[in-house]
Design a protein around this ligand. Structure first.
Ligand code: KG4
Ligand code: ZN
Length: 334
């Protein structure tokens, strides 16, 4: 069978990334230009600044990827692009680049939903086995999704307010940690103990999540401690917060696996890089005899390899777009 090479482009937030993936599973070359150092000065992503940097970076990232892969655009079979959700200005830069390449080189344009990309990051490790449950935990999403086949997504539940990554970042701000806070809390928590008592969010029978109450509980705790003249033990707070946040997602994931009788679990999104989440999910899955797949750290946060991998399966299904394809800041998973 002929090998299929997909060139993926991802620019939905503050990473400009281009990748070439062979047959949906082999990362030939991936280049990621991160803007973290620029945005951390502001404590979060500034959309206008992000767009400007995508414009500045996209051509260089593309050239570097092709050079690393030792390939020409003529040799790829299709161009896969994140069309949404994300920051609209950022998305548009990637989309215009993808459309231009598809037009000039006469390649199919494959539209990929950003969350589908995170899910298909797992295909870079091993092929997805259906039916499966996907736990998506990122800066913008916390969702449980059942998949019976490729690109067949059924949302079982999601966050009612903040996403888990957003909550990590906001709690980190209260603790005066640099953006993005998730990895900093993850690291600090290793040195602390869960001595602070924080409420487990939304302990109910649904598959939904809620993180704004947990965030408020951390803010209140921090204020109370400072009013009492107590020094906040950052390591212990990080450990206490992380214990509760992870327990919340692990419990609901376990419930969905058991209720729906699913035997394959994948986790995806930036927060899937979290050590405690990875450990607790693996422990839970072992306990109930579920096979679990977790992407390596480099494929958890935003990258174009996951878009190219999703693009391979979408291409096989003939999911092509015409040049009227537009970016969408918010759009349901499909
Ligand atoms: O998937 P992603 O790169 O972007 C979105 O699509 O949102 O996820 C970014 C989020 C940020 O909120 C970041 O703090 C969080 O993932 N994150 C982590 C870790 N690494 C990244 N959260 C907890 N622990 C980590 N190790
Ligand atoms: Zn993402």
């Amino acid at each position: 069978m002929k090998d299929i090479y997909i060139l993926g482009i991802e620019s939905s937030c503050d990473e400009t990334s281009v990748s070439i993936v062979k047959n949906g599973c082999e990362d030939i070359a991936t280049v990621i230009s991160s803007q973290i150092d620029i945005h951390k000065e502001y404590g979060g992503v500034v959309p206008e600044i992000a767009s400007r940097h995508h414009v500045k970076n996209i051509t260089f990232v593309l050239e570097e990827c092709l050079e690393k892969a030792n390939m020409k655009i003529e040799e790829v079979d299709a161009i896969a692009i994140t069309y949404g959700p994300g920051l609209i200005g950022s998305l548009l830069i990637g989309l215009e680049a993808a459309k231009t390449l598809a037009y000039i080189y006469n390649k199919p344009l494959i539209p990929i939903h950003h969350i589908a990309g995170h899910i298909y990051a797992n295909s870079l490790v091993k092929p997805l086995e259906f039916p499966l449950l996907a736990l998506v935990a990122s800066g913008g999403h916390t969702e449980l999704i059942e998949m019976k086949d490729h690109f067949d997504f059924e949302k079982l539940g999601g966050t009612l307010d903040d996403a888990i990554g957003e909550c990590y970042d906001k709690v980190a701000r209260v603790m005066n940690l640099e953006y993005p806070g998730g990895p900093k809390i993850d690291k600090l928590a290793l040195e602390g103990e869960p001595t602070y008592n924080l409420p487990i969010p939304l302990k109910d029978d649904s598959y939904n999540f809620s993180f704004s109450g947990l965030k408020s509980a951390v803010i209140n705790l921090s204020h109370n401690e400072s009013q009492r003249g107590n020094i906040l033990r950052k390591e212990d707070l990080a450990s206490s917060f992380q214990k509760v946040a992870v327990e919340s997602v692990t419990t609901k994931t376990k419930k969905a696996l058991l209720d729906k009788n699913l035997h394959h679990l994948i986790i995806a999104g930036g927060v899937a890089a979290n050590k405690r989440l990875r450990d607790e999910i693996i422990k839970m899955a072992e306990e109930i005899g579920v096979d679990v797949s977790i992407p390596p750290m480099k494929y958890c946060t935003d990258n174009a390899a996951m878009i190219a991998s999703a693009g391979y399966y979408a291409h096989k299904l003939g999911r092509c777009a015409d040049f009227s394809l537009n970016s969408m800041s918010s759009t349901p998973l499909k």
